[in-house]
Design a protein around this ligand. Structure first.
Ligand code: GTP
Ligand code: MG
Length: 267
């Protein structure tokens, strides 16, 4: 007899990987290529890679267009100005949901996240998770090549958010995730206020509050080798004040779904 863990295999539907880009000309072709190879194996139900480019002056959007002309699984969403990673993801998610995505994935376009791990996030969704989080701070996970300051900010930020929000999730600020479509359908995008790190915290918090099952999958995060970081103190400061607002602000009192609705129905 098979164990329950091996018998539960929920279909994922078409997997959409959303790649936000701002000045990633040095990375974009290689990351799309690597993601395509992994998803060909890991998503037999089909996949798309959607680049969301905020008018990168270095030509990232044009490179992505050329790749989309060569591969029918590559799509590109062009936005006119740099508006932050949160709004870029929401635009990408809205597009993918409208196109019938079964699950939606977030990944940085700078190889800090290993595209091979997309397969492990999808496996977590197949075996019962509604939201799979690539986690640096669970056993087996980690960070390579980061300064002490970046480690302190990142881990401190996760601890701060975990305690304030009362969540049992170790890595709340990471941006390597896979959502079942039902999770994002439940979230009112117009009510999401954050743009930077707080965006990652906010979406996970909303998913937990809505009663979805969240699973952390250990990943090793590597500092980018090519291109420049867009991390800023403004993004960190936004997280510091928006996290308490999530807990205590007006959105904190939004309706929770009754428990009978909480677990998304296998399709
Ligand atoms: N579309 C869009 N993408 C963005 C924006 N800001 C950052 N990105 C992309 O989001 C991903 C993560 O951004 P990074 O610059 O790596 O930021 P980070 O991971 O916080 O910083 P580092 O770890 O130092 O690289 C990368 O693919 C960026 O190109 C933005 O305003 N719009
Ligand atoms: Mg990065």
């Amino acid at each position: 007899m098979q164990s329950p863990a091996t018998t539960l295999q929920r279909p994922t539907g078409t997997a959409w990987l959303v790649l936000p880009t701002y000045n990633e000309a040095e990375n974009i072709e290689a990351i799309i290529d690597a993601a395509g190879r992994v998803l060909t194996e890991a998503s037999p139900e089909g996949f798309r890679v959607l680049v969301v480019d905020d008018g990168s002056p270095d030509g990232t959007g044009e490179i992505a267009d050329a790749l989309a002309a060569d591969h029918d699984w590559v799509r590109v969403l062009h936005r006119t100005e740099k508006a932050g990673i949160g709004p870029a993801y929401l635009a990408g998610f809205a597009h993918a949901l409208a196109e019938g995505a079964g699950c939606l994935m977030e990944m940085d376009s700078d190889f800090s996240h290993d595209p091979a791990d997309l397969a492990r996030l999808l496996a977590a969704i197949r075996t019962g998770a509604d939201l799979a989080l690539g986690s640096r701070y669970v056993p087996g996970g980690g960070v390579v090549n980061w300064s002490l300051l970046r480690r302190v900010i990142s881990q401190g930020g996760s601890t701060y958010a975990r305690l304030l929000l009362g969540l049992h999730i170790q890595d709340l600020t990471g941006g390597f995730k896979c959502f079942r479509r039902e999770v994002l359908e439940e979230i009112d995008f117009a009510g999401v206020r954050s743009r930077g790190y707080a965006f990652q915290v906010e979406l996970t918090y909303r998913a937990v509050r809505a009663g979805f099952r969240v699973q952390e999958v250990p990943i090793v995060f590597r500092d980018r080798e090519k291109g420049a970081s867009k991390m800023s103190w403004r993004i960190t400061a936004e997280a510091a004040w928006l996290v308490p607002a999530l807990r205590f602000g007006p959105a904190a009192h939004a309706r929770r779904r009754p428990s009978s609705e909480r677990v998304s129905t296998p399709t």
